[in-house]
Design a protein around this ligand. Structure first.
Ligand code: HEM
Length: 282
């Protein structure tokens, strides 16, 4: 079931050239959407202006070697292991969604470009199905249970806004892709299989064609933002935010005399207020 390659049978109905042209078109749409997004939101301009501002507030300079080490930390922490998520459920769901998407997209392109005229090794369709399933599990978990709208604000799961375009088109692409593969395996490229194939193409075109309006481009912007954030901690500019003070430190108490006045000479560390209770005020 998992080793069935749906693109192989598809090739006798839709030529591999057309399939390849479609993939190239999707790549162009993603690149174009990301560039337009940057121009529209002026995010690159803001990013560099902000980096310049941070440099002015820096208390020490960060050299090329240290910047390389920071880039490696961002890769290992924020990018490869979704380390920005402190909630383990959100982190696991994001890892499933992210790696599922990558495996699903890479194996799709590999089968369409590398094996259009010969059978693909069975590991590729197996990975294609596993990638789609990982994406579906992580994505539906996020949609029904984890996202803030339903978990913290009590809004119904079926409420759809433009900001949901990314997750919904991801879910539709993986779901229709899997159903297309299984219906085609059962009865060939006809009837239901054609219907689900058309739905698969519509949802993947929506996913890759709406980058300008969806959260798609966060996968390119977030690593840059995480890098810049770490640089501001290393150079002491801290985005103009105060350091995390030790409230028992006499120097801190001299700077903020209301601390000993209201909390005594030895105030307890109460942690971050935002983590004190689960947000569920609805
Ligand atoms: C194939 C790659 C990726 C996929 C499919 C993916 C998917 C997602 C999804 C579905 C969400 C929830 C969006 C929503 O609120 O509707 C999300 C959020 C998030 N992603 Fe990714 N992601 C990917 C790559 C990355 C990378 C490389 C990073 C970081 C370096 C990252 C960091 C984040 C963060 C921090 C959030 C929370 C955003 C927020 O709540 O504002 N993601 N991602």
């Amino acid at each position: 079931m998992l080793s069935y390659n749906p693109f192989s049978e598809l090739s006798s109905h839709i030529s591999p050239m057309i399939q390849q042209a479609y993939v190239v078109l999707m790549v162009i749409l993603v690149v174009g959407g990301t560039v337009l997004d940057m121009i529209h939101k002026k995010s690159a301009k803001y990013f560099f202006e902000n980096a310049e501002k941070a440099k002015k507030n820096a208390t020490r300079s960060v050299g090329a070697g240290e910047k390389t080490a920071i880039a490696v930390q961002v890769l290992a922490n924020e990018v490869l292991t979704s380390g920005e998520f402190t909630n383990p459920r959100r982190r696991l769901s994001h890892l499933l969604t992210m790696y599922g998407t990558i495996i699903f997209i890479v194996t799709t392109a590999w089968m369409i470009f590398g094996y259009s005229s010969m059978p693909a090794p069975s590991i590729l369709p197996v990975l294609w199905h596993i990638g789609a399933l990982m994406l579906a599990v992580g994505g539906y978990w996020f949609w029904f249970r984890i996202r803030v709208d339903v978990s913290a604000e009590g809004l119904p799961w079926f409420r759809f806004e433009r900001s949901d375009l990314f997750i919904v088109s991801l879910l539709a692409t993986s779901t229709f892709g899997l159903i297309w593969s299984w219906t085609q395996q059962a009865a060939g490229f006809s009837g239901l299989a054609v219907l689900f194939f058309v739905l698969f193409v519509i949802s993947s075109t929506t996913l890759f064609g709406t980058v300008l309006w969806s959260k798609f481009a966060h996968m390119f912007f977030k690593p840059a933002a995480a890098f810049q954030k770490r640089v501001t901690r290393a150079d002491g500019s801290r985005e103009n935010l105060p350091a995390s003070y030790d409230l028992t430190d006499p120097a801190v108490q001299a700077k903020f005399p209301d601390i000993p006045e209201y909390m005594g000479k030895n105030p307890p560390n109460m942690g971050k207020g935002i983590r004190r209770e689960k947000a569920s005020h609805y």
